[in-house]
Design a protein around this ligand. Structure first.
Ligand SMILES: Cc1cc2nc3c(=O)[nH]c(=O)nc-3n(C[C@H](O)[C@H](O)[C@H](O)COP(=O)(O)OP(=O)(O)OC[C@H]3O[C@@H](n4cnc5c(N)ncnc54)[C@H](O)[C@@H]3O)c2cc1C
Length: 499
């Protein structure tokens, strides 16, 4: 029989979420023992990998789905404010880590890049103008510009404006404080830092089971994928940061909070430009409007990206359907996630979301030429030979019963599920995702360590000066946070200079 090792904290999965929680906890409680189990060969290989997500530092500067038009015609910006505030929390924590020399060379994970929204036609232009007016008067969105003047747009987005009919109605907003974030690089940096602080990281180790021990702690059955042997590890606190793998692990815990929850996987495909001349003509993230019937995460965007010190150009993501919960997952993931306690929830969602499923299946079947047609709405003279397809990560959207939506309602945000005693937490869902990792992991800390958090507050405030405050309501603090994070993270320079 294998022996059982004991530790304070176990993090399952080496993605951005575990990396962030581990780093926060190491700063708050340097003496705690932390162990990490990751089934792949290194950190940041699933959704957090730079090729598996869009790398947008989501601050609601360009994503049209975060601002909706109310029945009276006014624009609701409350969600945009929330996401922007959450992104400022991440920026402050990353700056703290750079200043404290715990991670280095921010240019390797974050770059300044204008964020733009672009629409076509009279009705959408009127919406964009109203949205601009609502946002630009808010201190969080200061510096945003609007234009429907073709000459100005040519200056901002020359590649998109080439070969367009003179009478085409097109409008855009632009804000220069946007970012492109390489979450894969950041995840790897954070795990290197954790390793240097004595965190015990086991790659190629799969967590196969989780059960409650008699003493209230959690016992994990962990399989070494190289040797095939199984070990048991106990911890007082477990974080399930398995990305798409989290739902299955949560179900194994048997906690009541994890019941009646299902998952719906949405896959993604990007088009990547292979022509350096085309890549050079664009310098922004340009978000369009989602097609009618399309889920919010499939809003098309044309993005300059900085990966491996190289400028790239990506378009997408095209959503699609695959029953896998992780890119490296199994074709049976969806089926095996259906349990007696969530079958009714899943069936209700299946009946409700028929049109979404149909849409996703149609998306999977799209030929490359059909995808080019969508790209040509952004780049009218895009050539098929200049673009390749790459498969992105999987997003597992949460399905649960809600008061507003009824049984089997599909959720597009993230959900932190914790046991009543705070001894285990799981993160489900994927949006706005990695950008708000610090805010979400602070939520885990608040829910799971309610007694310690009061004592930790001064230390958290050292790392995140705006902690517990609204930046929108503290314009002076906002200015200071903007200035100091931009300086520390190297975002003040107009054009990126690679080291
Ligand atoms: C197409 C796409 C575009 C996106 N665009 C953006 C964007 O522009 N901006 C943004 O902020 N976010 C974006 N996201 C979301 C973002 O990528 C995710 O929210 C984030 O990476 C999730 O991090 P994670 O640590 O939870 O999961 P992951 O990075 O997936 O990590 C989970 C890890 O757990 C491991 N694991 C799973 N099960 C087990 C097990 N049983 N045992 C051991 N290890 C296990 C996996 O191998 C994996 O390494 C996008 C996602 C997708 C798919």
């Amino acid at each position: 029989m294998s022996s059982v090792t004991k530790t304070d904290v176990i993090l399952i999965g080496a993605g951005i979420m575990s990396a962030t929680l581990g780093t926060l906890l190491k700063e708050l409680m340097p003496d705690w023992n932390i162990k990490v189990f990751e089934k792949l060969e290194q950190a940041g290989e699933e959704s957090s990998n730079e090729w598996n997500n869009a790398g947008t530092g989501h601050a609601a500067l360009c994503e049209l789905n975060y601002t909706t038009e109310k029945p009276d015609g006014s624009i609701d910006i409350s969600k945009a404010i929330k996401i922007n505030e959450q992104f400022q929390v991440s920026m402050q924590f990353w700056s703290y880590l750079v200043n404290a020399k715990l991670i280095h060379n921010p240019i390797d994970f974050i770059m300044p890049l204008p964020h733009m929204s672009m629409v076509q036609g009279e009705a959408d232009t009127a919406f964009l103008r109203k949205r601009f007016e609502a946002l630009s008067s808010n201190p969080l969105f200061q510096g945003m510009e609007f234009s429907d003047d073709p000459a100005k747009l040519k200056e901002w987005i020359p590649l998109i404006m080439q070969n367009r009919p003179a009478n085409e109605v097109i409008a855009a907003t632009k804000i220069d404080t946007g970012t492109d974030v390489n979450f894969g690089a950041l995840t790897r940096m954070l795990f290197n830092h954790l390793q240097s602080k004595g965190v015990d990281i086991h790659y190629k180790h799969s967590v196969d089971n989780i059960k409650r021990s008699g003493d209230g702690s959690w016992e994990l059955k962990v399989r070494d994928l190289n040797s095939g042997t199984t070990e048991n590890h106990k911890a007082k606190f477990v974080f399930i940061g398995g990305g798409g793998g989290s739902l299955h692990l949560l179900q194994k815990t048997g906690i009541p909070e994890g019941k009646h929850i299902g998952g719906f996987p949405v896959s993604g495909i990007f088009m990547v430009c292979n022509n350096p001349e085309v890549i050079e003509q664009h310098h922004a993230k340009v978000y369009g409007k989602a097609k009618v019937g399309a889920p919010p995460m499939s809003v098309p965007h044309l993005d300059t990206r900085f990966i491996d010190n190289k400028k790239s150009l990506l378009f997408g993501p095209f959503a699609g359907f695959s029953p896998r919960f992780l890119k490296t997952g199994s074709l049976f993931d969806l089926l095996t996630s259906v349990k007696p306690n969530n079958v009714l929830t899943m069936l209700a969602a299946g009946a409700k979301e028929m049109s979404l499923t149909k849409y996703l299946i149609q998306q999977v079947m799209l030929s490359k030429e059909k995808r080019m047609e969508e790209l040509r709405e952004f780049i009218p003279n895009a050539k098929i030979e200049d673009w390749d397809l790459v498969v992105a990560g999987q997003r597992v959207q949460v399905i649960k019963d809600t008061e507003a939506g009824g049984k089997g309602t599909l959720q597009f945000g993230t959900e932190v599920i914790t046991a009543a005693d705070g001894s285990i937490a799981a993160l489900l869902g994927a949006s706005p995702g990695a950008s708000t990792a610090v805010h979400v992991m602070l939520e885990v800390i608040n829910k799971c360590f309610p007694e310690q958090v009061k004592d930790w507050e001064p230390r958290i405030k050292e790392m995140i000066p705006s902690y517990g405050k609204s930046l929108m309501e503290n314009p002076e603090l906002l200015l200071e946070v903007h200035a100091t994070t931009a300086e520390t993270l190297g975002l003040s320079k107009k054009e990126p200079v690679f080291s």
